[in-house]
Each structure stands twice: as structure tokens, then as C-alpha cells.
Design a protein around this ligand. Structure first.
Ligand code: ADP
Length: 558
């Protein structure tokens, strides 16, 4: 049927309808376009051609009254093929019955709206192929008869994009669910944060246990801690400022914070010692964790971090038990040791001073050995006690004004008497240097370093000690240089750790505990100073001490 045929038939319809009184026709009152009068049909058809969309005009009986050329192109029909056909001709077979029903419902309440809201609509071309469409409907009163103008848009590309987005979202959600599952099974607390305020992106179940409360996604870290009155402290019981939190440091400085010791103090006052590793991560890696609803917004321009927190309560308890045990043993060793040392010294003195029976030379040697062994044991027990005190924060310092040069000379003289194979020398351009320090502790450090210099130079040689004042007279710089076995390059970084010994000292059979340098470092740090060394294996080592002087107590050099 072509357009003219359709018009003729339509005229017949109109005549039939005219027999029905106008008021009884159920054309709902609605704000729709009404066209009337001569030329309006032709005008309408011209207008339809202007639209970029495929437009289909359907009359009150549901038949196609007119289509524009875009419709012809889209559906592959000639105008003459479909004018007069029921609209359902443009739909796939399976939708036709349902559509018929919808069309009738629409006729009862016509208004401009999209067709099949929420439904995936399809059109059917003349060749039978289907394509995704978007249809919007507008009622049109033409010469008193209700028509519907449908604008059809091919949305194949949009639908494909939507489909791709949907499947990408589904697979991201599946990955996220898997990640959450894995994280939830971990015994350590793990979370991701983003932005300079550390908004939570994702946390595992252990995080709830650790914090004692659930940290809502999207909430900044400080808000969360503040809400639950959680505070963070360092190992010396000083409250950490936010800038020192491992999590915020990783975000602000973009660095990895490794094994940071923090103490979580909950609102009820309970403490949880933890080790925190905070790794700065590429924010793009978190893009897949973006959540619906905006509470987990991730921007690639903001920093992001992965934080792993390990509760070390049991480790700390075990360490404390071990320290208590060491403390106990050392305490018990002190009395017998004092007796050994005392009697050995007394016997030696008596035999040498013609105050008793003279000893045979082997007896003299044996007693000297006992005396020296008692000294070594004494040093070991004192070192162990210091370690225990340090760990418990019970190492007390007594600062006083000391003449540093005098202290150094005294220690050198004392140590020099212990070996014939080593020549201890002291050089300085200063004539006097006064400093505020704990004399006993500074002597302990010097004795340790000089003992090492001698012990690790088994072939003997000279040991040079220097003292100078570093620029601005802020600190004393002491160096101790030996010509001993040196320290292998690869092991140098760890040498100040507890019980750490270099491999060459062990292969050469030189005994030691690996506690001396650890203690030296702690004692120097407590004085606000620094300790470091330079060493070449087989050539020798130089240890440096930088000890701050209080400006008022130092004197200008001569
Ligand atoms: P100890 O001497 O009891 O083993 P220390 O903590 O004093 O313990 O020293 C740790 C390790 O550092 C030593 O075992 C040794 O391997 C190395 N070391 C220290 N001082 C020197 C030195 N002057 N020359 C070579 N190696 C040294």
C-alpha cells in the first residue's frame, strides 16, 4: 500500500468514525500537538524529513501512516512497502503480541515518553536482521484523530558499549570479591587508602579486630581514629603526630615505610604494639576497586598506599620474657663473678707483695688468666644487663661536665696496658674540651671501640685516636683507626644490630657476642650523637663518633 492508497483508506476510516459522535470518541485530554486544516498533512511530512532520526507516524488504528527517508534507510523498506502496515511489522516477531498490548494501553493514556522504558528494544529490518533501538513516542492529534509519532534511533553502538561496560564492571566486581576473600583470610590487618587524608578504599576482616571498630569505606583516617578515640604512640610512649603515622608518611612522601613500630591505644586504654609496613602504590592499580555510590572514589591524581599492620603483642611478650630471663641470669652471675674477681686480684696482690707465700710462675699465670676471664665475664654480664635495661627503657644517664680530652687519654692509657702488640696513639690540636656527658657511658663506648680495634687487629699495629671539634663548635668528633682485618663490604650495613658479627671475625676465630656496637650506638644516640665507620676488608677500619657539646661548656681550642 502506498501513501495515496493509505490516505484513501484513511478517508474511509474517517467517514466511518464521523458516524460516531465526536464527544464519545475516547481521545484523552493531554497536552499534545494538534494539527488541523488544509496543508497541515503536507507540512508535517516535510517536517519529518528534516529530522536526523527515523520517524514513524502511526495512526489511531496502529497502522503506519507515514515514514521519513531515515526510516527507509534504517529498516531497508521502501515507503510504499510499509505504509498501511501495522507498526508491529517493524518489530521482531517475538515482540509483536506484547507490543500490540502496549500500543493499546498507550492509546488510553498518550503522552510523550520513551517507549519500553527499562526494556531492551529491537527493530527488525526488511532482510530480517535485528538491531537495538531507542524509541520515543509523542501523541499527535491530526484532524481530530489520535496519531503517534515514534522517533527510532539505532543504538547498536551504544548498546555494545553498555554491554562492554557491564561486563567490565562485573569482572571488576568479581576480582574485588576475590581480593576481599583472600584479604579476609589473612591474619594480619591489610588496607588500602587514597588521597592525602588517607580515605579508606578497602580493608580486611583483621582490620576490624585490630582497630576494634569498623572503618567505613571512604572515611579519612584521622576522622576514623578521632571518632573512636584511637591514638597512636611510639615505643617511648610519645604520642605520634599524624605526620609520623606510617600510613600518612607513605601517602605524603610517596615512600615505603618498613617495619615502623607503633602502639595503638584504644579508647579503653588498652595498648596494641604493632609493626606497620606502608607501601606507596600507583593509584591506577586501585582503579578496579572503585565502588558504586561514590563512597570509594579513586582518582589517579591522588596518592595511594597499601598498609599491612602486624599485631606483635605476642612477640613483645616473648621478648620481654627473654629479657627478664637474661636479667635474672645475669643478676645471679654477678655475685659468684665478683667473688672470683675479688679473690683472684687479692691472691695476685698478696703473692706479688711479699705478703704471703710466693707462687710458682705457672700458678701466677693461672691466676692472671682467672683475673682476666673474670674481667671478660664482667663486661659480658654488664653488656647483657645494659641491653635488657635499654629494651625496658630503664637505662639511666647521669650527665655531668667532663673534660673530654682527659677522659679519652685515661681510657687510652688503661687499654694500652693490656697489649704489647698494639701502639695506641692519641692526637688532637685541642688543649681542652669540656662537654656535658655521662662519663661512665662515654668511657664504655670508648673502651668498646678500642677493645674492638685491638681484638680485630690480631697481628697488632698502631691504633690512632683523634679528637677535633666539628664546625661551629657544635660537636666533638672522635675517630679510632686500626690496621686490622676490616669488615666485609656486604655486611657493613647490619653491623650495629643486636648479636650481629662479621663473617671474617668468626672465620678467624675471634670470639665476641655482637652486642658491643649495638650498645655503643644506643648510648651515642642517647647523647644526641652519631656513630659510623669506614672499613676495607684486610686493610683496617675507622670508627667515628660525633658527640654534641653544649655550647656553654665547650672551650676554644688552643
Ligand atoms: P663483638 O666484638 O663482641 O663481636 P661488637 O658488637 O663490638 O661485638 O662488634 C660486632 C662485630 O663487628 C664484630 O663481631 C666484628 O665482626 C665487627 N667489628 C667491630 N669492630 C671491628 C673492627 N675494629 N675491625 C673489624 N671488625 C670489627
Amino acid at each position: 500500500m502506498n501513501e495515496d492508497d493509505y490516505k484513501q483508506e484513511r478517508g474511509a476510516d474517517d467517514e466511518r468514525e464521523e458516524r460516531v459522535p465526536a464527544r464519545s470518541r475516547a481521545i484523552p485530554q493531554a497536552p499534545y500537538i494538534s494539527l488541523q486544516g488544509e496543508g497541515s498533512w503536507a507540512n508535517l511530512l516535510t517536517l519529518l524529513e528534516v529530522s536526523p532520526d527515523a520517524l514513524v507516524l502511526v495512526d489511531s488504528t496502529g497502522r503506519i501512516a507515514h515514514v521519513n527517508s531515515q526510516t527507509e534507510a534504517l529498516f531497508g523498506y521502501l515507503r510504499s512497502d510499509i505504509i498501511g502496515q501495522p507498526l508491529e511489522a517493524l518489530l521482531p516477531e517475538r515482540f509483536r503480541a506484547a507490543h500490540l498490548l502496549h500500543r493499546k494501553q498507550y492509546a488510553n493514556s498518550p503522552r510523550a515518553r520513551p517507549m519500553g522504558e527499562g526494556l531492551a528494544l529491537y527493530g527488525r529490518r526488511k532482510d530480517g536482521t535485528e538491531f537495538a533501538v531507542d524509541i520515543s513516542l509523542s501523541p499527535l492529534l491530526f484532524d481530530g484523530s489520535l496519531h503517534v509519532l515514534g522517533a527510532v534511533r539505532d543504538i547498536t553502538v551504544r548498546r555494545q558499549l553498555e554491554e562492554r561496560e557491564r561486563s567490565a564492571r562485573e569482572s571488576a566486581e568479581a576480582r574485588l570479591a576475590l581480593l576481599q576473600l583472600v584479604l579476609d583470610e589473612l591474619p594480619t590487618c591489610v588496607y588500602f587508602v587514597t588521597g592525602s587524608h588517607a580515605r579508606l578504599v578497602l580493608a580486611n576482616r583483621a582490620a576490624v579486630t585490630l582497630w576494634g571498630s569498623e572503618w567505613p569505606t571512604g572515611q579519612p583516617m584521622l576522622d576514623f581514629l578521632g571518632t573512636h578515640h584511637i591514638r597512636l604512640f611510639d615505643t617511648h610512649d610519645q604520642e605520634l603526630p599524624p605526620a609520623a603515622f606510617a600510613t600518612l608518611r607513605a601517602l605524603h612522601e610517596g615512600q615505603t615505610v618498613f617495619q615502623h613500630q607503633e602502639i595503638i591505644r584504644h579508647a579503653d586504654g588498652t595498648n596494641l604494639p604493632v609493626l606497620v609496613n606502608a607501601v606507596s602504590v600507583d593509584p591506577h592499580l586501585l582503579a578496579g576497586l572503585e565502588a558504586e555510590g561514590g563512597n570509594r572514589h579513586i582518582s589517579s591524581a591522588e596518592p595511594a598506599a597499601l598498609v599491612v599492620i602486624q599485631d606483635v603483642t605476642s612477640l613483645k611478650e616473648a621478648e620481654q620474657l627473654k629479657d627478664q630471663f637474661i636479667g635474672l641470669v645475669v643478676h645471679e652471675l654477678r655475685n659468684p663473678l665478683a667473688a672470683l674477681k675479688g679473690f683472684a686480684t687479692m691472691l695476685l696482690r698478696h703473692s706479688q707483695g711479699d705478703r704471703g707465700t710466693a707462687l710458682a710462675s705457672w700458678q701466677q699465670e693461672a691466676l692472671t688468666e682467672i683475673d682476666l676471664a673474670a674481667d671478660r665475664l664482667n663486661r659480658l654480664t654488664e653488656d647483657l644487663l645494659d641491653v635488657v635495661r635499654l629494651e625496658a627503657g630503664r637505662l639511666v644517664f647521669h650527665r655531668e661536665s667532663i673534660a673530654l680530652m682527659h677522659t679519652i687519654r685515661h681510657v687510652i692509657a688503661q687499654m694500652g696496658r693490656m697489649s704489647d702488640r698494639h701502639q695506641l696513639r692519641f692526637s688532637t690540636s685541642l688543649s681542652h674540651l669540656q662537654a656535658q656527658m655521662d662519663r661512665g657511658r662515654i668511657e664504655q663506648v670508648l673502651v668498646n671501640l678500642l677493645t674492638n680495634a685491638m681484638k680485630y687487629s690480631p697481628a697488632g699495629g698502631s691504633i690512632e685516636v683523634t679528637l677535633q671539634v666539628v664546625p661551629e663548635r657544635e660537636a666533638a668528633l672522635i675517630s679510632i683507626r686500626d690496621q686490622g682485618i676490616g669488615i666485609p663490604q656486604a655486611e657493613q650495613a647490619q653491623l650495629f644490630g643486636r648479636f650481629v658479627r662479621a663473617s671474617n671475625s668468626q672465620t678467624q676465630g675471634i670470639s665476641g657476642t655482637g652486642l658491643g656496637l649495638y650498645l655503643c650506638r644506643e648510648l651515642v644516640l642517647q647523647h644526641g650523637g652519631d656513630i659510623w665507620f669506614e672499613s676495607t676488608e684486610g686493610v683496617g677500619s675507622t670508627f667515628f663518633l660525633r658527640l654534641p657539646l653544649l655550647p656553654s661548656t665547650s672551650e676554644p681550642s688552643a
